[in-house]
Design a protein around this ligand. Structure first.
Ligand SMILES: [Zn+2]
Length: 441
């Protein structure tokens, strides 16, 4: 076969296609005109709007069901209402009610049914009897009962997190949470708590001052388009008494916590023990046999045995709240560290000089000396740890703050917080850019 012949054949082929194409087009257009009038005739019979809406209808999907296929009965659990009573609205026989209860008790414990919570019964428009029962146990999840199959599943709704910056200032006689309400934060309680925790060791939230300013960059948690909670605080800034304080959440395999803008202020919030080189002679125990009183008495502290005269240190920064003596405690010091935590040190031989109510103390600062004043069998310090006014076992507390950041990690950390810093202070960035422009002009 020569090249020439091939070309000729191609031309012939192309012509055939062209003819077919033209014929086809005429046929198709004719068909189009023939069909359309009939189509219009159908549409004219009052169906035009219906067909129109059919084309653009978006199925209303809720609970994984096209809700428009069902008749909906919306209710809420009444006080003292049992789940079985609700089920009798769905089934005719007790046998069926029991069968559903037996089959689904591993999904939802019906004793956890709560008055006031909404539920829905969905009846199919086509078939007889209810098909689904939806119990809205929380904003985050619901239980979907398939009434025909006697089974149930717990469905977790998708949670969306959006990052947002909120800023505000503390007005005269105001507080952080009031200011957050003014700033329009829906989850103001949750966000206030999280922000206070992030900055707990640098800002004294008990003594905020008018004019203090803050910015917080955090996750807003949405479910079904509704803002439900404040998630993680990524970065927080507080200008307190004209000083700047920062907290950035930083997570690696080894570290997880809040660190300041330099990365190395993250000291341990609390010392493990108030005395060095001591041993624990008695732990926190709510049912301890008291060696002096000779009866069971809760021991709400941890005893550290050490020789008389051993220095006792404050386990964290704080302000001395009380210095006193009682028959049980002997000489004692109580220190407030922040809004949440206080510590108390009992049976002291004597107080360190200068320690009195109102004295500010640093972590590790000596506040007194080990003794056996009050109800004590031997020299020790009974260390009491108060959280929100309640004595707890500090050894079991998941205490805030973190391991110190190793120096080697700091460059990586600074790189990580640079964009967060820009979010907190975009105006600084602009000023910098402006000055660069001025310099180059
Ligand atoms: Zn004790």
């Amino acid at each position: 076969m020569s090249i020439k012949k091939l070309t000729l054949n191609n031309i012939k082929l192309n012509r055939t296609f062209l003819v077919l194409f033209i014929l086809g087009s005429i046929f198709l257009s004719a068909g189009f005109y023939l069909v359309i009038p009939q189509y219009n005739a159908v549409l004219n019979k009052n169906e035009l709007s219906d067909l129109g809406s059919f084309e653009v209808r978006i199925p209303n999907i809720q609970y994984g069901l096209n809700i428009d296929d069902f008749l909906l009965e919306d209710s809420e659990v009444q006080p003292n209402e049992f789940f079985s009573k609700i089920l009798y609205k769905c089934y005719d026989s007790g046998v069926e009610v029991q069968r559903l209860l037996d089959n689904t008790d591993n999904v939802f414990d019906v004793r956890k049914l709560r008055a006031g919570k909404p539920y829905k019964i969905l009846k199919s428009k086509n078939c007889e009897g209810p098909n689904f029962l939806i119990y809205e146990e929380s904003s985050y999840s619901y239980i979907k009962y398939d009434l025909n199959s006697f089974c149930a599943e717990r469905v977790h709704k998708p949670v969306e997190r959006r990052l947002e910056l909120v800023e505000g200032f503390i007005g005269e006689g105001s507080s952080l949470y009031k200011s957050m309400i003014d700033a329009g934060v829906s989850a103001y309680q949750s966000l206030t708590n999280k922000m206070e925790r992030a900055l707990a060791w640098s800002v004294d939230f008990h003594h905020l001052q008018a004019g203090d300013e803050y910015k917080v960059y955090y996750e807003k948690v949405y479910v079904d388009g509704q803002e439900l909670d404040a998630g993680e605080v990524k970065a927080a800034y507080f200008k307190h008494r004209n000083k700047d304080f920062y907290a950035f959440r930083y997570k690696t395999d080894e570290l997880d916590g809040y660190y300041d803008e330099k990365g190395h202020s993250a000291k341990r919030a609390f010392l493990r023990a108030p005395v060095a080189f001591s041993r624990i002679s008695s732990r926190y125990n709510k049912r301890r046999y008291h060696p002096v009183l000779k009866r069971v008495k809760a021991h709400l502290g941890t005893d550290y045995a050490a020789p008389t005269g051993t220095p006792i240190m404050s386990v964290a920064d704080g302000v001395v709240e009380r210095v006193g003596y009682t028959k049980g405690n002997g000489n004692y010091v109580k220190i407030r560290h922040n809004k949440t935590y206080q510590t108390q040190y009992l049976h002291m031989q004597k107080f360190a000089s200068g320690i009195k109510a109102g004295t500010a103390v640093k972590q590790g600062e000596v506040i007194g000396y080990v003794g056996s004043t009050g109800l004590a069998t031997g020299p020790h310090v009974c260390f009491r740890f108060w959280k929100n006014g309640v004595q707890v076992d500090h050894l079991r507390e998941n205490l805030p703050n973190t391991e110190p950041m190793p120096e080697s990690e700091i460059p990586k950390y600074l790189e990580y917080i640079a964009p967060l810093m820009e979010i907190l202070h975009p105006e600084d960035q602009e000023e910098e850019e402006e000055s660069i422009l001025e310099l180059s002009a």
